[in-house]
Design a binder for this molecule. Structure first.
Ligand SMILES: [Zn+2]
Length: 137
């Protein structure tokens, strides 16, 4: 059936828009509280530390450490069936927040926990660019 194989898209709303705008420009960003300086991800209408609504999206280095990963062999959405198997990773950004993403360009036998990783950007269409990670050392 036409249209049933599309991948789910992120919901771009007033809270998350800054993240996706930065990603489209090739920059990874985390939400930063303008009152207490806390950096967090994913974005939230209020700061998780001080509950301030004064939030912005701050570009980060895109560098981090691989904390965990898993290889998906099963398509929970039809849109991912052609990608199987694919790697999902948990990255601890150098700036603190954790981010779940895809790990690209590496075979599972080569992966080690604690590896240095860096963000790469996959342009999906004119609205949406998806940050992924690759091993950087
Ligand atoms: Zn705060």
């Amino acid at each position: 059936m036409q249209g049933t194989t599309a991948k789910p898209r992120p919901r771009i709303d007033p809270v998350s828009r800054g993240f996706w705008d930065n990603a489209r420009a090739g920059k990874l960003s985390v939400q930063m509280c303008q009152d207490c300086g806390d950096k967090h991800f994913p974005g939230s209408p209020v700061c998780p530390k001080c509950l301030s609504e004064n939030q912005s999206w701050a570009p980060v280095s895109g560098k981090g450490t691989l904390l965990s990963w898993v290889r998906f062999h099963r398509a929970y959405w039809d849109g991912f069936r052609d990608d199987l198997p694919y790697l999902v990773c948990l990255v601890g950004l150098d700036e603190g927040p954790l981010l779940m993403s895809n790990l690209a360009g590496v075979e599972p036998e080569q992966i080690r926990i604690g590896a240095r990783v860096e963000a790469i950007f996959e342009s999906i269409d004119e609205e949406f660019t998806l940050p992924k990670f690759r091993v950087s050392d």
